[in-house]
Write a protein that binds this ligand. Sequence first.
Ligand code: HEM
Length: 364
Amino acid sequence: MALIETPHGKLWTWLDERIGLGDLAKLAKKKRVPVHRHGLWYYFGGMTLFLFVVQVATGILLLLYYRPSAEEAYESVQFLMGEVEFGWLIRSIHAWSANLMILALFVHLFSVLLLKAYRPPREVTWLSGMALLGVALAFGFTGYLLPWNELAYFATKVGTEITGAVPLIGRFLLRLLRGGDEVSGATLTRFYGIHVAVLPALVALALGLHLYLVQKHGMSVPPGVEREGSPRSMPFVPNFLLRDVVGWLSAVAVLAALAAFFPTELGRKADPFAPAPIGIKPEWYFMFMFQTLKYLPSHILRIEGEIVGVVSFGLGGLFLLLIPFLDRRAARGEPSPLFTWIAIGLIVYVLALTYLGYAANPTK
Ligand code: HEM
């Protein structure tokens, strides 16, 4: 095969003339990553990306056997786990990787928040990141129902009930999500469509923009480091990329161990007429919101407590979204301790309420 003898052989030239491989290679050679004491946090975006790729690959394999209807979903997953070779492994990796991806995403989000990487000109990078956060949580929420087991069924019932508390459009949202008044086969089919078609399309848009902007602006240097002068840097290819690969391979090892030692269970098939089992709780990344709502009194200033909670979370989300535009001191390159404390407060709040949620609901 003379065509692929060397990297710069005929195949390279053929592709270069048609898709500009040379330009891409130049871009890769030019990209550098700053080296300083906070450099560890630069790896978490790439880790989130890697785990997302694992999700796409294992998700496609699951699709070969999964059937999106109330009559067949549970049985198709049961068949996949019992009869299909390595089916249990693929399903477990998909479930564990989803959890690790959201964990990596939270670490990435909070690190860019604390390092103030949202400062100009990276406001849109931040906004596209927030869109990715919303999409990732929606992936988790819709995916949870798909095996159509008891826990998922009742967790979805509670979760969609909470959307019903959104003022003005709550009822509409609830019916839109459920495909009726109750969680039923129609809900499952909708969640399936959202999980495998709508969200991947949104990810493609938001992730494309996010990565384009990361490439365009390069990696930011935290303000504290910037004030000390320009730090050293290392080439992205191969130095940083190889370090990324070490992280990704470690993630594969962790995933394989988790999937092998703690395979995802299936539980009992959902029965809409059965009483809700005790200890219904959402996925861990929704726990802090779930637990907050539980603590609220039934009425606050004559408004239903749940409505106050949902509106507060909406406003909190909006505040987080607008941080690049609100933190004017950071934008001018000055220290902005207020926003550092807000970020720390947020992390402590999420951790504390998650802990309290698990302490209050110890059963599975
Ligand atoms: C699926 C979700 C996400 C993926 C795959 C992703 C991927 C990446 C990657 C690969 C980078 C470059 C390396 C790094 O800085 O770690 C990056 C940078 C960045 N991301 Fe994300 N990200 C995601 C979500 C988010 C979220 C939720 C936010 C915050 C709202 C965010 C904000 C940023 C910012 C501001 C940068 C620039 C960092 C800098 O220049 O120092 N990203 N992202």
